[in-house]
Design a protein around this ligand. Structure first.
Ligand SMILES: *Cc1c(COP(=O)(O)O)cnc(C)c1O
Length: 368
């Protein structure tokens, strides 16, 4: 049997081809490749979807996090509380601005930052809290916002690169704190055909700052009122996301259904499933389990034509680039997760027979 794709982007394009092709052609015809009309159109659509006042599209998810911190005027030596169990970009942008990432361990069952540990990490230098809604499940945003409010309204940036479309207490990821930052990297729940990202806020001043930072700090053409970056999302990628929005609600429903089906089918096996809290959902940017003998399980699955991935094999406090910031601290839950997590094929277009094939292979291998 042939190998399954880890994420089936080709099936998604086949389903949306005529609409996406037409939108791309329109951009090629009007020729406004930078800041063309599709940019504003997408920002308006996404702000309405999330339920916030402002959406600012940017060049990537990393750029979104960077610009969010720049708009907050992060200064060298400022501390930002975050999780060690995330993609490196989360801590990278803090360090790029001279800031200090302060790591706090995760909850073992959700793999999201443990909100109960945040307060003890706050110091007079804490300038922001940057939780990550990992795997597509929003972290404890209300608890985190309450802690931030108690300590002089510390800004909270949700790294929602994996959770766009997820809901939390009848609200949406990206619209839950000072800033929401997401990514349109192709494999994310809402992806484009290259790099892209977006920032969300209700704060007019921060939104204006981010719009200026995105274009080299210009408040008007050739008027540079602050230091910025070349951080725009190009018109073609905005057109692609507009096309993908046409069936995004359906895709989210599929992801929830497929995730639930995995959860139930794997319930009786000796694997640890992610716990999804009852007041939110998980859009499964990755469908991730924790398994023993991971390398053996991965190898056997690969032989059965089933690709897997590890998000992430090493927590940031153990990475050469970031270990100095951990000052020798151990984060045992992050370390344990890094040693056991394994993600399975997941996409809105994963068919029932293909999913059954994954489930059957895992059953056989885990019970061996
Ligand atoms: C993907 C990702 C990013 C970075 O997004 P890019 O668009 O690839 O720059 C940041 N944080 C997390 C948690 C991510 O998964």
């Amino acid at each position: 049997m042939s190998a399954l794709p880890f994420i089936d982007l080709k099936a998604q394009y086949a389903a949306l081809k005529s609409d996406i092709d037409a939108r791309i052609q329109r951009v090629l015809d009007h020729g406004q490749y930078i800041m063309g009309p599709e940019v504003k159109e997408l920002e308006t659509a996404l702000a309405a979807y999330v339920g916030v006042k402002h959406c600012i599209t940017v060049a990537s998810g990393t750029e979104a996090l960077l610009i969010a911190l720049m708009a907050l005027d992060l200064k060298p030596g400022d501390e930002v509380i975050t999780t060690p169990f995330t993609f490196a970009a989360t801590a990278e942008v803090i360090v790029l601005l001279g800031g200090v990432p302060v790591f706090v361990d995760i909850e073992p069952d959700t793999c999201n930052i443990d909100a109960a540990l945040i307060e003890a990490a706050i110091t007079p230098r804490t300038r922001a809290i940057m939780p990550v809604s990992l795997y597509g499940q929003v972290c404890d945003m209300d608890e985190i916002n309450a802690i931030a409010a108690r300590h002089g309204n510390i800004p909270v940036i949700e790294d929602a690169a994996q959770s766009f479309g997820a809901s939390y207490r009848n609200r949406r990821s990206c619209g839950l704190s000072t800033w929401g930052a997401t990514s349109f990297f192709p494999s994310k729940p809402l992806g484009c055909y290259g790099d892209g990202g977006a920032l969300f806020t209700d704060d007019d001043t921060l939104a204006q700052a981010a719009r200026e930072i995105r274009v080299h700090g210009q408040s008007a053409r050739y008027t540079h009122t602050r230091v910025g970056v070349g951080g725009r999302m190009d018109t073609l990628q905005c057109a692609v996301v507009l096309g993908k929005l046409m069936r995004f609600d359906w895709e989210i429903e599929q992801r929830l259904r497929i995730g639930e089906r995995y959860q139930q089918a794997l319930a009786e096996l000796d694997v640890e499933r992610l716990v999804v809290r009852p007041d939110r959902n998980c859009v499964w940017a990755q469908f991730t389990l924790q398994v023993n003998r991971r390398a053996t399980v991965q190898q056997a699955l690969q032989e059965a034509g089933i690709p897997t991935a590890i998000h992430y094999p090493k927590p940031l406090h153990q990475q050469v680039a970031y270990s100095a910031y951990a000052k020798g601290q151990a984060f045992s839950h992050a370390e344990r997760a890094a040693a056991h997590v394994m993600s399975l094929p997941m996409s809105a277009d994963l068919s029932v027979p293909d999913q059954d094939r994954v489930i059957a292979a895992i059953r056989t291998i885990i019970n061996m």
